[in-house]
Design a protein around this ligand. Structure first.
Ligand code: NDP
Ligand code: 8X3
Length: 256
């Protein structure tokens, strides 16, 4: 089978929950082949069971922080999935909301290793497969935290600022080579993200989302698909999305 006769594939990192899971469903409904990754194998297996009724699904259990695992995964991709048209660099996390002067150093390292090193590992492994491919798309999950400071964001927001600038720099490199790059920057969204950030504190999670009308993973999945479906001559450079209920606050003035 030549590359041109096999279906387009989308590679989604972090497909076991939230945005990645919703994106897997959306791209499957649209007839794309799926390459789904994450660390929780049982979730990948049950997702593959569900979505293989719609399309071809390849799953790989991997930790994006581990460059050897990422390289081996790409080297072992089956032929039917080699026609990668879209990479969704979605795997990521925030840990903690404490201020920087009491935050755990190990949490900072985990966020940098996942959001920065992990995203770099996957991008480096996939770029050679898609460079010069007309209409190929990389969608990198940054955040409003890349653009706007807030207390407790410190390393998380800085890691996402890396993602946003990395997206622009890769875009500069691939100009003229068919590849589009987008920094997608959502605001408050309802997913396991906040449960992870709050160390599993369900009460804190419930109180954050109660009445907030947050973005839902399906909203982001639709936006991802829209980005990937633009005609080849269009590149969405960056896209910041907030729920209507979220907006900026005034600057904080501390009075003595
Ligand atoms: P979820 O917690 O629901 O999903 C995160 C996904 O990342 C999971 O599938 C998880 O899978 C995967 N993941 C985490 N660490 C690793 C790792 N080391 N290796 C491989 N996979 C990993 O969060 P969201 O869907 O909400 O978030 C997705 C992305 O969007 C993240 O990058 C996040 O920073 C960003 N974002 C989220 C927002 C929000 O408010 N929810 C807003 C803006 C951006 P597993 O645990 O199985 O490995
Ligand atoms: C997640 C959005 O506002 O919690 O990236 O930082 S926010």
């Amino acid at each position: 089978m030549s590359q041109s006769t096999i279906n387009k594939s989308v590679l989604i990192t972090g497909a076991t929950s939230g945005f990645g899971l919703a994106a897997a469903k959306k791209f499957a409904q649209e007839g794309w082949n799926l390459i789904l990754t994450g660390r929780r194998q049982e979730r990948l297996i049950s997702l593959a069971d569900e979505l293989s009724k719609l399309t071809l699904v390849y799953i790989a259990t991997l930790d994006v922080r581990n460059s050897e695992e990422v390289t081996a995964f790409v080297e072992n991709l089956p032929n039917a999935f080699m026609n990668i048209q879209t990479l969704v660099n979605n795997a990521g996390l925030a840990l903690g909301t404490d201020p920087s002067y009491t935050a755990k150093l190990s949490d900072w390292h985990t966020m940098i290793d996942t959001n920065v090193i992990g995203l770099v590992n996957v991008t480096h492994a996939i770029l050679p497969l898609i460079v010069n491919k007309e209409g190929a798309t990389i969608i990198n999950l940054a955040s409003i935290a890349a653009n706007w400071p807030y207390p407790g964001s410190h390393v998380y927001g800085a890691s996402k600022a890396f993602v946003a600038q990395f997206s622009r720099n890769i875009r500069a490199d691939v100009a003229g080579k068919g590849v589009r790059v987008t920094s997608l920057e959502p605001g408050l969204s309802e997913s396991e993200f906040s449960l992870v950030r709050f160390g599993g504190d369900q009460k804190k999670y419930d109180s954050l989302y109660k009445g907030a009308q947050a973005i839902q993973p399906e909203d982001i999945a639709n936006i991802m698909f829209w980005i990937a479906s633009q005609p080849p001559h269009i590149n969405i450079n960056s896209l910041e999305v907030m729920p209507t209920s979220q907006a900026w606050n005034n600057f904080n003035v501390i009075k003595q």
